[in-house]
Each structure stands twice: as structure tokens, then as C-alpha cells.
Design a protein around this ligand. Sequence first.
Ligand code: AMP
Ligand code: MN
Ligand code: MN
Ligand code: MN
Length: 300
Amino acid sequence: MTDLPSHTAALPIERPLQRPRNADLHCHSVVSDGTLTPEALAARAKANGVELWALTDHDEIGGQARALAAAHAHGMQYLTGVEISVTFIGHTVHIVGLGFDVDNPALVQGLRATRGGRTQRAREMAEGLARVGIAGAFEGALPFVGNPDLISRTHFARFLVESGVCKDTPEVFRKYLTEGKPGFVEHRWATLKDAVTWITGAGGVAVVAHPARYKFTPNEEYALFTEFKGFGGQGVEVVTGSHSAAEYVSYAHTAREFGLAASRGSDFHSPTDSHTELGTLPLLSSELTPVWELLQHRIQ
Ligand code: AMP
Ligand code: MN
Ligand code: MN
Ligand code: MN
């Protein structure tokens, strides 16, 4: 046995440099309001160089087993995912959950309760649209719905574009489906506390999705992050298809200010109506703690 030179023992143990990874931890399949199957999404993610992937359907984890199998078939690593609809101070906020146990009873039951009421809401949306002369929107949206438990505004938007009422999805939301517009229906989703607790109770990490989308005042945003963190939330989406380059910088600052890990996800929904492609956004800045560093033991 050769003795090591004595000075070797004194060398500091270096942390291996983290190579930035092409992780895409936010997208939607036909199981919610995307247009591609989990398998087609996996193939598309792989083709774009994604190494670590999560499918995050709205309020629904029915696609997770297929997504995991497809990720492995393409040699990608996988984190379980979901995007939970929350009502916070009267507004809808989305909380992404990553790396949870899909069989956790409280999570499964909580998501079921959150999905409940979507069909009634959709009927009321159609009534609102009928009052401004757009008849048959409920029946019109149905052919676009992949999961009968999960009728969303996106399905109405696809119908209104297809039928020529609007030229594109942003126009539908602007004119018909946002607060104060004829097809908008107030809806009570999960509480922030419940959503975070379901995720963390199932062994996962909770992440505030696309914070810039909420157009909160600085005080409202401070309240969101403070309460989120107080309930056990640990992450924030910094690089997302919903953020501008300036917002990558401002939410990197938020991540550091609140001691949150950073996530990256395209929020890809469809090859035709998504402006952001899977796996193509800028990588996270190396100054941030990537959320997957907290989830090493949950990567499949
Ligand atoms: P819902 O959960 O039924 O309220 O639908 C929310 C979904 O609508 C979001 O996840 C997006 O996919 C889509 N959405 C919301 N706002 C807009 C917008 N301004 N433009 C395009 N899509 C939007
Ligand atoms: Mn969506
Ligand atoms: Mn969202
Ligand atoms: Mn989303």
C-alpha cells in the first residue's frame, strides 16, 4: 500500500461544480389542458435536450405513471409533478408540486376536491358567453377536453378560436375569460396552506408558479411569499415561459430574498398555442439553488 503524501489530507474537500442542467419542470398534457399525450411530450422534451423532466397537469396526477415510463424510455430523469389551483386574497395563484409520492392519500383526495366543481363552473362560463351572443360554448369546448374531470378555460379558448370568434388564445382571454369579462366565473380553489401541505406531506417540494403572472402589488407579493414560506413552501419559478428576461432577474432576487430554491419550466401546452417550447428557455443562473438540488432523493 502506498502512503498518500501527507499534504493530501489537508486539501479541502471540494464540492463538485454543479453543471447547469436542462430541467423542464412545468408542462401540460391531455390529462389537463395540453394537447399532447404524456408520451408525445416526453419525446418532444428529449428531442430538445431535456435531462430532467416533470409533467405538471392542473390539479391532476392521472398522467404521472405514463410520464415516468416515457421519461425512462427516453433516458430522461423524472420528478413527479402537479400544478395546483389556489385562491389567495381573492385571486388565482398556481402552486407547482414536485417530487411527491403519487399515492399519498391526502394529496390524492385534496386534488380530487380541487377538481370538483370544474364542470359546474364550465356550465356557468357557457351561460355568461351565451348572454353576449356566443351560444353552445359548453358543448363546443367538450371535444377539446381530454379528461372529463378537467374542463378548463383553455378548452373554451380553443373552441372560440376554432369557431372564428377570436383570432387567437390571448384575444379570447382578454375579451372573454378574465376577471370582469363575460365568460369569467369566480371560483374558489384550494387554500395556499392546503396546497403546500398536500405537497410537502407527500414528500415533495412546493414551488410558486410564474409569480409575475399575478400582477400583485409589492405588498401582495410579499404576503404571498411570506405565507407560502411559513406553510413550508421552498421554491419559486424564476425561468418560466410566462416571464420576461427582466423578470428572470427580479425573481432570482426574490428567490434569494426569501431563501427559496429556483425552478425552471416552459409551461408548454401545445405546439400551436404555446409560445414557449419544452426545454429551450435559458438555464438557471449558477448563483441560484436549483429546486432539484432539494429533490435528489426523489428523482426517478
Ligand atoms: P383554468 O384552470 O380553467 O382557470 O385555466 C387556466 C389556464 O388557462 C392556464 O393554465 C393557462 O393554460 C390558460 N390561460 C390563463 N390565462 C391565459 C392567457 N391570458 N392567455 C392564454 N392562456 C391563458
Ligand atoms: Mn394551463
Ligand atoms: Mn399556471
Ligand atoms: Mn401551467
